[in-house]
Design a protein around this ligand. Structure first.
Ligand SMILES: Cc1cc2nc3c(=O)[nH]c(=O)nc-3n(C[C@H](O)[C@H](O)[C@H](O)COP(=O)(O)OP(=O)(O)OC[C@H]3O[C@@H](n4cnc5c(N)ncnc54)[C@H](O)[C@@H]3O)c2cc1C
Length: 466
């Protein structure tokens, strides 16, 4: 078989790339994935997972996800809808079946592995297919392969046989047999699990929470890329840029982020050292603070019936709790080993804008289809890596600013970005006209502020200026 592109990975990034290539070129594509259905890790996600951010800028460029509806119930009430796992999987399956395969230009290989050198092997029959790649190999599984998710990760602690410890995936089936719950992990999966238990009526005093670290979190209420929330969202963006332009240290910037309402934390008495960019609403934070039995003694080493053996001591237990393992890493920084996005005959789908992997994949596809200038492609696709700490986040945010400056300098790219539904700002600016003088005034202040931020950030991050 001969195709123009072979995409390895039918997760969200592979699909975002495929969608743009199909609509902007005449190319043929083979797309391969070990999983049985498109959507990547969402296939193995826990049943009560949702997007962290609004559905309006998730998915692929050519089709909306959801109805841009405001949620009326739950911890996200008053904010824009967050698709569930099932909506996301249906969306991708439906795209594949009703759009991509009928185009006659896509060959889809589910339950198959890419072995390299154009070889695809079925995980069931073992049958091998040789694919001649006329154009490029597209690596869409890089992050997926190094990150771990709750269902499939390998625990780094021991669990005695008479103890029940489950991934959050099993919570709805297993929880009814227990009255007490211990959630292990400090990240978004643990937060989701605690919130699920609370929403289903578990008394907060029956939940213990092992948190070996504290995280800064984005405050969803002030991070809403919708025209109705333009001034609120922009107010915190402006404060953020002012802080980046004037801060003398990472801690000073973190403090500013909290006081302007862009970030928050669960425990106001503990200074977080971590930042994975999870997003929580104020209502979620209020609920999470109801858990009073927070166990802070480092990481869990072993769960026994009557005690938790921790890095920093032993905690006696009642012996009848259900343990929920939420310790999968969720993300890993590629660091200095990261490949370039445009790397000869290979395209690596990496993030080129912070926390928007799908926008990044779509933009990379557009550049592949329409941009000939190799220098521009190299200079405007700096990696915005996964991060573990606020300092790492800021180092990557600087790269994101530099990419954005490069895109702004290219009228065709700028126009494409403004129209792309995967670009969060597209929804913020939707319907804006020359009469929206107040909005135009706010936007006018951002560009010079960004330039000052770019100049100041290397000073307090202790890195070379770009
Ligand atoms: C709980 C959660 C909520 C999130 N919410 C948001 C959000 O609101 N907004 C947002 O923008 N982002 C969000 N993200 C981040 C990001 O959008 C998603 O994680 C995204 O789905 C990642 O897609 P991916 O294609 O990079 O990776 P994956 O989903 O891991 O897909 C990669 C695929 O590649 C396949 N693969 C790899 N190597 C091979 C090989 N050799 N042969 C065959 N197949 C291979 C794998 O089987 C896998 O299915 C969220 C992430 C999580 C975990």
């Amino acid at each position: 078989m001969k195709v123009d592109y072979l995409i390895v990975g039918a997760g969200a990034t592979g699909m975002a790339f495929l969608d743009v290539i199909l609509s902007e070129t005449d190319a043929t594509v083979a797309i391969v994935d070990r999983r049985d259905a498109p959507g990547g890790h969402w296939n193995d996600a826990y049943p009560f997972v949702r997007l962290h951010q609004s559905s309006c800028f998730y998915g692929v460029s050519s089709r909306d996800l959801g109805k841009n509806r405001v949620s009326e119930t739950g911890y996200n009430a008053g904010m824009f809808e967050l698709a569930t796992k099932y909506e996301i999987l249906h969306y991708y399956q439906n795209l594949m079946e009703t759009e991509y395969l009928p185009s006659g230009r896509v060959h889809y290989f589910p339950m198959s592995e890419y072995l390299g050198d154009g070889k695809i092997r079925s995980l069931l029959s073992g049958e091998e297919t040789d694919v001649e790649i006329g154009g490029k190999l597209v690596n869409a599984g890089i992050w997926g392969d190094i990150t771990t998710i709750p269902l499939t990760h390998e625990r780094n602690f021991r669990v005695d046989d008479d103890v029940t410890c489950i991934p959050p995936n099993d919570l709805p089936n297993t929880a009814p047999s227990f009255e007490q719950f211990t959630v292990i992990g400090a990240g978004k999966t643990a937060m989701d699990s605690v919130l699920w238990l609370l929403e289903r009526g578990v008394d907060p005093d029956n939940i213990s929470w092992v948190r070996s670290s504290e995280y800064w979190l984005f405050q969803r209420d002030n991070l809403l890329p919708h025209k109705e929330f333009f001034f609120g969202t922009m107010a915190t963006t402006e404060k953020e840029l002012e802080s980046l332009a004037t801060s003398n240290s990472v801690d000073e910037h973190c403090k500013n982020m909290e006081s302007c309402g862009k970030w928050h934390r669960i425990d106001p008495d503990i200074w977080p050292t971590k930042f994975h960019a999870a997003v929580c609403s104020n209502a979620e934070i209020t609920a999470l603070r109801k858990i009073k039995n927070v166990i802070r003694a480092g990481r869990v080493l072993r769960i026994e019936k009557q005690r938790l053996v921790m890095e920093e001591g032993e905690i006696p237990t009642t012996g009848n709790a259900l343990y929920v393992d939420c310790t999968a890493s969720g993300g890993v920084a590629l660091g200095a080993d990261a490949p370039r996005v445009f790397d000869g005959d290979t395209i690596n789908l990496l993030m080129v804008r912070m926390h928007q992997p799908l926008f990044s994949a779509a933009l990379i596809a557009h550049m592949e289809a329409c941009v000939q200038d190799e220098d521009f492609k190299q200079n405007s696709t700096k990696l915005t890596d996964f991060h573990d700490t606020p300092a790492q986040f800021l180092t990557n945010q600087l790269n994101a600013f530099l990419n954005q400056e490069a895109w702004n300098g290219n009228p065709e790219i700028k126009d494409w970005i403004n129209k792309c539904r995967l670009n969060a700002a597209h929804h913020l600016l939707e319907g804006m006209t020359a009469d929206d003088t107040n909005k135009i005034e706010v936007l006018g202040r951002l560009r010079p502020l960004t330039a000052r931020a770019i100049a100041n950030m290397p000073k307090f991050l202790g890195i070379e200026p770009a």
